[in-house]
Write a protein that binds this ligand. Structure first.
Ligand SMILES: [Zn+2]
Ligand SMILES: [Zn+2]
Length: 255
């Protein structure tokens, strides 16, 4: 049993064959898939997919890329949508200082605001942090994000950062890039993080693991990531599947 803790099934890449993609995930042993609606135009579609598939749950919020699009209607809309029982976390929110698609000052402001909002919704948060480790940690601490905790998705920090996040009650989610040839440093970080703090994710359609690198990613490929984690930590694949599933069930309150 496996869970893909983070994907984007509402994205256009899945428009043609979504049913097959979800079926393939089932066949390869995935119990649940979490799909993240990152901007206004994707929220309803993410919820629709979750409602029409018992194995799919939704996560809604405004991605740092879209932070500058937030207006007076955004939070009231999210307040309504997030009351849905199929929504199990708020996100992805955070900072992307690599692409800077929204100005940095706006990203910082909206990240803080959305942590407050998620607490009001009583939802754990899903954090996106790209080349903004220090600022991400500072904001998580100063906004007291540990009250509801959550997930650092596509984790790319060092072991020290992972430790600080885990102490705040966050789980560390590992994407397919762990399988890449140049991922030696990242693999060493993952080796040190206890399995009890790890999740696996695809971030599909992005970041396909080897042997699909460069192709469209999909939830069923999460097993290649779990396999690599097992290899790095020298534990059986079944153990990684079991513990990461338990972790996801806990943070997303599935049972
Ligand atoms: Zn992300
Ligand atoms: Zn994502």
């Amino acid at each position: 049993m496996l869970i893909d803790s983070h994907s984007h099934l509402e994205m256009p890449e899945f428009r043609k064959d979504l049913e097959e993609v979800i079926q393939r995930a089932k066949t390869s042993g995935l119990e649940y898939i979490f799909t993240v609606g990152t901007e206004k135009r994707d929220w309803n579609r993410a919820l629709e997919i979750a409602h029409s598939h018992p194995s799919v749950y939704a996560i809604l919020g405004v991605h740092p890329h879209n932070a500058r699009e937030i207006d007076e209607e955004t939070y009231p809309t999210l307040r309504k949508l997030c009351a849905d029982d199929k929504v199990r976390a708020y996100g992805e929110i955070g900072l992307d200082f690599y692409r800077n698609l929204s100005p940095r000052d706006i990203q910082l402001k909206r990240f803080r605001e959305q942590i407050v909002l998620a607490k009001e919704f009583r939802l754990p948060i899903v954090v996106h942090d790209r080349e903004a480790h220090q600022e991400t940690l500072e904001i998580l601490k100063s906004e007291r994000a540990e009250e509801y905790g959550g997930i650092i998705h596509c984790f790319s920090g060092d072991y020290e950062m992972a430790k600080e996040c885990i102490e705040m009650g966050f789980l560390i989610s590992i994407p397919g890039s762990i399988t890449y040839k140049n991922a030696g440093g990242f693999q060493e970080v993952v080796r040190q993080i206890p399995l009890e703090a790890l999740l696996v994710e695809t971030d599909a359609p992005f970041l396909a693991p080897v042997p699909f690198r460069g192709k469209r990613n999909e939830p069923s490929y999460v097993r290649y990531t779990a396999q690599k984690v097992a290899e790095i930590k020298k534990v059986p694949f079944e153990k990684v599947a079991e513990v990461t599933t338990e972790n996801a069930v806990r943070v997303y309150r599935l049972k």
